[in-house]
Design a protein around this ligand. Structure first.
Ligand SMILES: Nc1ncnc2c1ncn2[C@@H]1O[C@H](COP(=O)(O)OP(=O)(O)OP(=O)(O)O)[C@@H](O)[C@H]1O
Length: 249
């Protein structure tokens, strides 16, 4: 049985400084974070606050200068690239603003690829893909190439790809950042639907309506958590569902 007491994600004293051309950018300056199983957390904040860097650290796409990250209670200190790659295949789904689809693979192949890489049989990968594409309203698009789809459709394929291995945690960085308001509503509804089924989600977004569908909103400012709605002692108001119901076409 799933241990719901163990946080889906925990980070302690995370620090990351980028050394580029100019002055060092202190993107993450000591972040402690705990995300419960099944929680939907939105991270908001001004441009340059360090939100994307934080998500990259939590997904193992960049390494912290110091601090630790636990996935489902397992400490990732000392994880190799290969171990992070396995974690991203099995335990963390990642969706970014720009779809991250393989442009010369069909929709079907894009979605099945992570499953096949994780050792799932071709038959099961196909079944998972069919189920997800149907769920995301993409049946009939299997043979299309990413470049033949609208932005909203591409982002739904990216979601299918991120979720095909049923990762306990979904990290989404501005998943609707390149979409119009209709596409944003589509992605918002889908995230909410997956959350209602128990998916843990950590979402970075500039979109206030999208953030309002989460259980908890963290404001990130200058590399630090400036405000965390879960810290003020109020129980989660369950506003997520009502905010989604308010989203009209
Ligand atoms: N690879 C990098 N090399 C150098 N500096 C970087 C790098 N990535 C990010 N930075 C800097 O780190 C700081 C935080 O950037 P980050 O992208 O994490 O912020 P953000 O809150 O996600 O911004 P946005 O909302 O605009 O995407 C910024 O000053 C940025 O310029």
């Amino acid at each position: 049985m799933k241990d719901t007491a163990t946080p889906a994600l925990r980070a302690e004293s995370l620090v990351k400084t980028h050394h580029g051309e100019g002055a060092p950018a202190h993107a993450v300056r000591g972040v402690d974070l705990c995300v419960r199983q099944g929680e939907f957390v939105a991270v908001t904040g001004p441009s340059g606050a360090g939100k994307s860097t934080l998500l990259h650290l939590l997904g193992g796409l960049q390494r912290p200068d110091s601090g630790s990250i636990w996935l489902d209670g397992v400490c990732t200190d000392g994880y190799s690239e290969a171990q992070w790659a396995v974690a991203r295949r099995r335990r963390i789904g990642v969706v970014f603003q720009f779809f991250n689809l393989v442009s010369n693979l069909s929709v079907a192949d894009n979605v099945e690829l992570p499953a096949l890489l994780a050792g799932v049989s071709p038959k099961r990968a196909r079944a998972e893909r069919e189920e997800l594409l149907a769920e995301l309203g993409l049946t009939g698009k299997e043979r299309s190439m990413p470049g033949e789809l609208s932005g909203g459709e591409q982002q739904r394929v990216a979601l299918a790809r991120a979720l095909v291995n049923h990762p306990p945690l979904l990290l989404a960085d501005e998943p609707a950042g390149s979409l119009d308001s209709k596409g944003t509503r589509e992605v918002t509804r889908l995230l909410s639907r997956f959350h209602q089924r128990g998916q843990t989600i950590l979402l970075v977004t500039h979109d206030a309506r999208m953030a309002s569908t989460a259980d908890r909103v963290i404001s990130f400012f200058d590399g630090r958590i400036a405000d965390d709605a879960a810290l003020d002692g109020t129980p989660s108001p369950g506003k997520g569902i009502s905010a989604v119901l308010e989203l009209k076409d």
